[in-house]
Ligand binder design. Structure first.
Ligand SMILES: O=c1ccn([C@@H]2O[C@H](COP(=O)(O)OP(=O)(O)O[C@H]3O[C@H](CO)[C@@H](O)[C@H](O)[C@H]3O)[C@@H](O)[C@H]2O)c(=O)[nH]1
Length: 482
């Protein structure tokens, strides 16, 4: 397929958190495959995360800028997964805002600068920079359309939540389809901690308003999954929306996606090969969540009591976690579940585990990438949302799509091990067939979306056509100026 003007040069600017970076790199792969010239802005410590992509596309260039020093980020940390637990994405967003001038300078000195920037939604300040240079700002959302509708609604409408004392009071979003509502404690902490006039708060607010004002929105979702929310977003932000998901890794990339796996993929595969179809529960809470020892104990007990087969991917505490209070696997647990349970410490090859025929259920925090990966794998989900957009995603999965059961809520909540055991056992039993059938239907829709003439393929082609058009526009402007 040839798409008009596919020679455009695009700058891609990912946010340094695996859940954000992975899908934007998958999108970059698609754009490079269609012949676009891509430069990826990255800081030095995150550069190795680009290796699988760069080896597939040697034509992709990198713009490596020094990570800006920040008083709340210890030296040497450049990725959210390594941030101390008392820091948040806000600190990282604020620190990266200092790249404004170096980036501006790079643009001014580039012989053939990009015609557009595709930037992560947490880097909304890029919108202002793009306007200053006179190129198109395109925001990329690694979150789904419902979650993005909620985030945009908060920052655009600015509901007064800061003086509400009851954390269970419902925050309502009547303009969004199906009028979702969430207890205050589940609403974005980034928004709840907003203080009028505070420089960091205003920086964050301007960033989201920059997203909303962007020339286009690329989102990792697909029409059949979130049609009403995608339509709503298109009307709200008054710009082009391209739903290009689910963004998937290429077959050879599934084991090194987002980082080097801490186990041999073949060992995990051999272990899974010995299990029956759809009997294994995969447990993972994304790239950032580290459980307290209390949570670890109850989760371990739940898995033990369930008698189910499982793989549990356990994140290690970062240097900032209080020594000994986090991430400890209960003494003797692994011996007691030997043969039916596998614990992976560190980075697990999640996509290849989920896609194995033996995996039937996924205990997840409902990070959007995990949600999409779970759907593509056709596994039923057990939801334990902990923060960020995860409560919104869990609501979509549990109440609307009915492909998940809620088993726990909250980053600090300790689950009841007996209830958890029951839910885990049930998730891979024949009683759960209805949910499994529903998720298989969604899987089919997801696969259709990314096949030839599928909705996501069409949206991707539409995006590429627009990007090609921008390059022609740039050249015409130059001719007119000359
Ligand atoms: O051991 C692991 C752990 C994670 N992953 C991958 O890492 C990604 C994790 O992304 P996600 O499931 O979205 O979780 P988070 O890392 O928590 O993602 C952040 O970013 C998402 C996109 O905006 C949000 O939906 C989440 O709430 C937010 O926490 C997925 O692709 C996983 O396959 C692995 O490959 N191995």
């Amino acid at each position: 397929m040839t798409i008009l003007g596919n020679i455009a040069h695009i700058l891609v600017f990912p946010f340094p958190a695996q859940g954000h970076l992975i899908p934007l790199l998958d999108l970059s792969h698609q754009l490079a495959t269609h012949g676009l010239t891509i430069t990826i802005l990255i800081t030095a410590k995150n550069l190795p995360l680009l290796n699988p992509l760069l080896s597939k596309h040697p034509s992709i260039k990198t713009l490596v800028l020094p990570f800006p020093a920040h008083s709340s980020i210890p030296d040497g940390i450049e990725n959210c997964k390594d941030l101390p637990p008392n820091s948040s994405a806000v600190t990282m967003m604020h620190a990266l805002g200092e790249l404004y001038n170096p980036l501006l300078e790079w643009f001014h000195n580039h012989p053939s600068p990009p015609a557009a920037i595709i930037f992560d939604m947490l880097l909304g300040w890029t919108h202002k920079l793009a306007c200053e240079i006179g190129i198109r700002p395109i925001v990329f959302s690694p979150s789904g359309a419902l979650a993005l509708s909620v985030i945009f609604s908060l920052w655009r409408d600015m509901p007064r939540l800061h003086d509400v004392l009851d954390c269970n009071q419902l925050t309502k979003f009547p303009k969004i389809p199906n009028s979702p509502k969430y207890p205050l404690w589940q609403v974005s902490p980034m928004y709840r901690s907003y203080v009028v006039g505070d420089p960091i708060s205003e920086f964050i607010k301007d960033g989201f308003l920059g997203d909303i004002a962007s020339w286009g929105l690329v989102i990792n979702s697909f029409t059949e999954l979130e049609r009403v929310y995608l339509d709503y977003l298109a009307k709200q932000i008054d710009s082009r929306v391209w739903a290009v998901g689910p963004l998937l890794p290429s077959a050879e990339e599934t084991t090194e996606r987002g980082g080097a796996s801490s186990v041999f993929g073949d060992d995990v595969k051999s272990w899974l090969d010995m299990c029956q179809d759809q009997k294994v529960v995969y447990v993972c809470f994304g790239s950032q969540a580290v459980l307290t020892n209390d949570q670890m104990d109850k989760l371990a007990l739940g898995l033990e009591k369930s008698n189910a087969q499982f793989i549990w991917s356990v994140k290690a505490p970062t240097a900032g976690h209080v020594e000994g209070n986090y991430g400890l696997i209960t003494h003797g647990f692994e011996d007691r579940v030997a043969g039916r349970g596998l614990v992976i410490r560190g980075w697990a090859p999640q996509v290849s585990i989920l896609s194995h025929r033996a995996v039937g259920a996924f205990l997840t925090h409902c990070g959007w990438n995990s949600v999409l990966e779970g759907i593509v794998a056709g596994v039923a989900m057990l939801a334990w949302p902990m923060g960020a957009d995860q409560f919104v995603n869990a609501g979509l999965l549990v109440d609307e799509l009915k492909v998940a059961k809620l088993v726990c809520e909250g980053a600090k909540t300790v689950p009841d091990s007996t209830e958890l055991a029951r839910a885990v056992a049930e998730s891979v039993s024949s009683e759960n067939q209805v949910m499994r059938d529903r998720v298989m239907e969604l899987r089919e829709e997801a696969m259709k979306a990314v096949e030839k003439s599928g909705t996501s393929v069409k949206d991707l082609e539409g995006l590429i056509k627009h990007l090609g058009g921008l390059e022609l526009e740039k050249e015409n402007n130059l001719i007119i100026k000359m």
